[in-house]
Design a protein around this ligand. Structure first.
Ligand code: SAM
Length: 261
């Protein structure tokens, strides 16, 4: 089969595109950003519902097609750009994001959007089902990891829809999920130093099968022994990272930050 550049799996059914726009709750008050408009199936409905639509597309050939299809439409801006590098701050103070993201760069693009979260009301994005399983996972679930903590620290997360791979042309190898990520104005847990927090989170999940006392070895000078058990900030270090809630990670990170020399 011909290799598709840019993760191009186009949605076939206009009814699904309409449902995505409905679930994104786009109103005539909302400026909207679409990443990867492709052949424009979502673009059309977004343009009809939004106050203003900006679409970012990397593929020159699709830019030409889209320019023909949407020529002369008011309040529509098409930008040829790489969504993984784009300066989203240039789009104005507040906008919604709606996208059927290219799989190969989906996580990377979402992380970049989160860097610009002050500008974003919410993002309704389609990604690989496996990735969305990680975004929504809770402690104790096998999909729970550093990506779950990162996203849930910054956003309210809700899975909205499952979409079968056969709904795309060409069909990708795996199914998709639509997820809504709404950046929080203030994270759910209080963290003194975000750099330390994410350092601890990443270390705790570094070797998933290892206990915290092995993964958090960089901070062993702060370990305490209580009743024969190693602990840190009152957290038993024989536990594994995947059992810790965001609040537990905040407790560890705040303790480490307060006691670092
Ligand atoms: N929105 C269309 C749909 O639902 O049928 C297309 C979705 S397709 C999964 C992903 C789209 O993102 C393609 O149009 C592709 O060319 C575009 N794309 C891929 N990488 C991109 C990037 N780094 N920046 C901007 N657009 C990109």
């Amino acid at each position: 089969m011909k290799k598709r550049p840019f993760g191009q799996n186009f949605l076939k059914d206009p009814a699904i595109a309409q449902e995505i726009v409905r679930l994104a709750q786009v109103t005539a008050e909302d400026p909207v950003l679409e990443i990867g408009p492709g052949k424009g199936i979502l673009t059309q409905y977004l343009w009809e519902s939004a106050k203003e639509l900006t679409a970012l597309e990397i593929d020159k050939k699709l830019i030409i097609e889209l320019n023909q299809k949407f020529a002369g439409k008011e309040n529509f801006h098409l930008i040829e750009a790489d969504a993984a590098k784009f300066d989203y701050g240039s789009l104005g103070p507040r906008f919604k994001v709606v996208s059927n993201l290219p799989y190969y760069a989906a996580t990377h693009i979402v992380k970049r959007l989160i860097d610009y979260r002050a500008h974003i009301t919410d993002m309704t994005v389609m990604m690989q089902k496996e990735v969305v399983d990680r975004l929504v996972a809770h402690p104790g679930q096998k999909e729970y990891g550093s990506l779950s903590v990162f996203i849930q620290f910054h956003c309210e997360v809700e899975r909205l829809l499952e979409i079968d791979k056969m709904e795309f042309s060409p069909p990708p190898k795996i199914d998709s999920s639509l997820v809504k990520l709404a950046p929080l104005s203030c994270p759910k847990v209080q963290v003194e130093n975000q750099k330390t927090f994410f350092k601890v989170v990443n270390a705790a999940f570094m070797h998933k099968r290892k206990m915290l006392k092995n993964n958090l070895i960089d901070w062993q000078n702060q370990f305490q022994k209580q009743n024969g058990q190693m602990s840190l900030a009152g957290i038993d270090l024989s536990r594994r990272g995947e059992t810790l809630s965001l609040a537990d990670f905040a407790t560890l990170a705040n303790f480490i930050h307060a006691h670092h020399d």
